[in-house]
Design a protein around this ligand. Sequence first.
Ligand code: BG6
Length: 473
Amino acid sequence: MVEGARLESVCASNGTVSSNLILSTKFIQLAVELQFLIGNKRILGSMKTKLVIFGITGDLSTRKLLPALEQIISTGNFDELSIIGVSRRTLDIEQLLDSSLGSRGLASRMTGFSMDVSNAEDYLRLKDFIELGDDEQVLIYLSVPPVATPHIVEFLGQAGLNMPQVKLLLEKPFGVDLDSAHQMIDHVAKYYAESQIYRIDHYLAKEMTQNIVAFRGGNALFDHVWNRSAIEKIQVVALEKIGIENRAQFYEQTGALRDVLQGHLMQLLALTLMEIPRDFDWNDLAGLRLRALEQVQLADPALAIRGQYDGYADEAGNPGSLTETFAAVELNSTSPTWQGVPLILATGKSLDKKTTEVRVYFRKHHEAQTNRLIFKIQPFEGVEIELYTKKPGYDRQFEIQRLAFEYPEGVKLPDAYEQVLVDAINTKKNLFATSHEVLRAWEILQPVQQAWGMDPSSLEPYTKGIDLYRIIG
Ligand code: BG6
């Protein structure tokens, strides 16, 4: 079962990690299979691939995609990968690589293609330039502002750049609400089959996000207590210290709910709630996530709050801005496993720290008990359980300690964008969002979006650098 390879590649490459992670027979079996595959030189990524990046000089490309490409190519497993960088002006590849990576190693793999993305004929030129062979695939990565995506998709489709060997990689936001998401999905579906579309939610591809599945599925300790009888509440939080930086235009049209909560946090929630069957297969992951989201009830606006940090409106150049830089909602699930357990999602910018975690609070039998288990997604990656222990000494006193799993120092965890690119090349779709998931997440949040749209006074100011828990209580 090759789908298990991602988890096991971490395990197999490091004995220490392996002993910590692989606790179930199933995972051991997968690890053995991976070694078998490597031993037989069926190396991942061997298909001839042309990766076309629209927006090659943009922020995402220079900060995330080029470093990720440099890294995956350095593994030696992607000899057949070449990159075509699309830009309006003639691309100076060496200058781009110098400023993004500080090295020019990728230059031999890259060519530039300059075009006007609003000119249909240029897409025909691009098609000729790509020269797609029968044994090759093309990945078209749209790293462009959201407003440009529908037009580019239309031109690509009209130019016939949607043959079966073409994969389309799309960045969020996938619409701004339920209606626009429907429209966007239908529009892309005019030219591309769902199997060709890779909707990127980079949180799904983070190492620790995948580890939620491993920890929950592979350890009886977690398995038996993963339900409403034992769990009192779940919080999924993504806090950022940074503000909107130089993305005012994007952020003004987006806000915290659309930017992070609708996609990233909903996906983390789905992984936390979803059923992990005994015969779990990574290929079923998207379906399991969707099932969990289908059981989450539509959000109640009375259980949602939004805020804007002081100074945001000036920074965004829009004095009357009603864009939220903080959003939190409390959701509920109708599933018999989770009914009645508050599911709290919260995200914000300009808070006191950068932290993404899933906090699971167990029901206490009395006050003097600890009850917290934390999946730490970033910046520290691991799992932490709070434990009461006896304080060393003659007195019988207790103190809270932390039982933690962390990756051994020096273990390099892949960046989410490395994972995204590797999986797209290898046609592994389980860490990408399906159209159904995207629509369901918008549907859940629709009542809140509508209520906020009608009530400007629901936007509360907050002081930069504030502690999240002073906002959500
Ligand atoms: C992006 C959002 O999707 O995720 C940004 O558009 C946010 O606003 C970013 O800063 C956070 O990603 P990460 O991986 O740094 O947590």
